[in-house]
Ligand binder design. Structure first.
Ligand code: SF4
Length: 288
């Protein structure tokens, strides 16, 4: 938020309030729709120092004050020992905000450098190691939920990345159990738009720590998909919302996956209640 030396103008204050309300409402709606947080949960909020995770923490803290369920929040940052990582930034921020936190120090940076061949992108291994360390730590501190800051645009980008490059129709779910079944991961910002989060983060003047201190570039394929979606968003407002809504409205019988719908067992002229019978009844009625 604006500082004492640099307060928000009245117009900015109104815009900030509206934005904050919208983000809070959308976060609350996602939590309720997917039953993300229950009474007694200890929610570990993964804080990278990026705009999304700061916003996530803000929204959860705000909902915690008003929610009918009681849950605990603890912020966790994984210091991956990237050169130039400003170690003091997150502890200072969290202490000033009065948030319980842990800083987990693991030199995944050296492992990534050592294992990734020259010229190859480092993000996949880096993310895997980060996930592994954070999931393990969640168990150590008895966290029942791990909250990540992915938003609606991330979910839609992932859907297209999987369709374009992996031949799969899958995105990032708002809630999932980790592969080994030991952690429950939630994405409370699943209904929030990135552009709202970016504007909110600017108003709040979060002390942002860039992800690319490692010197790596964000995955180029993701960048290309992001640019495509941003272009669509400008040209056809509402399209991102519509694509996301599509992930909540799946009709397996109108796709082609035989594991989700028994196309092989589908036979013509079936006699159970269905379109053919209804049609016959209508015909009888018309001619009687
Ligand atoms: S940009 Fe660097 S720190 Fe960020 S995910 Fe990629 S390798 Fe990891």
């Amino acid at each position: 938020m604006a500082t004492e030396d640099n307060p928000l103008l009245p117009r900015e204050r109104t815009d900030f309030n509206k934005l904050q309300k919208r983000l809070r409402r959308e976060t609350g709606r996602a939590i309720a729709d997917y039953n993300m947080i229950q009474d007694g949960d200890k929610v570990m909020v993964c804080l990278s120092g990026g705009k999304d995770s700061y916003t996530l923490l803000d929204m959860l803290r705000s909902l915690q004050l008003a929610a009918p369920v009681k849950f605990e929040l603890v912020a966790v940052n994984l210091d991956q020992k990237q050169p130039g990582f400003p170690e003091h930034v997150l502890p200072e921020y969290l202490e000033q905000e009065g948030v319980a936190y842990h800083i987990l120090e693991r030199d995944t940076y050296s492992i990534v450098r050592e294992k990734t061949p020259e010229g190859k992108t480092t993000c996949a291994l880096c993310s895997r190691l980060r996930r592994g360390n954070l999931y393990g730590f969640a168990e150590e501190i008895g966290a029942t939920k791990i909250a990540l800051g992915h938003h609606r645009d991330d979910l839609v980008e992932t859907l297209f990345l999987n369709m374009f490059y992996n031949g799969k129709m899958k995105a990032m779910p708002p809630k999932l159990r980790s592969d080994d079944g030991r952690n429950m991961v939630i994405r409370p910002l699943a209904y929030c738009r990135e552009k709202d989060i970016a504007r909110y983060a600017e108003y709040r003047r979060f002390p942002i720590i860039p992800c690319n201190l490692c010197g790596s570039q964000e995955n180029l394929q993701r960048q290309a998909v992001k640019a495509m979606l941003q272009q669509w968003d400008r040209q056809f407002p509402g399209r991102i919302e519509s694509i996301f809504a599509a992930t909540q409205n799946i009709a397996p019988s109108q796709l082609a996956d035989g594991r989700l719908f028994d196309f092989a067992g589908l036979e013509e002229g079936f006699s159970r209640a269905g379109p053919v019978q209804t049609h016959r009844l209508e015909v009888v009625n018309l001619f009687s």
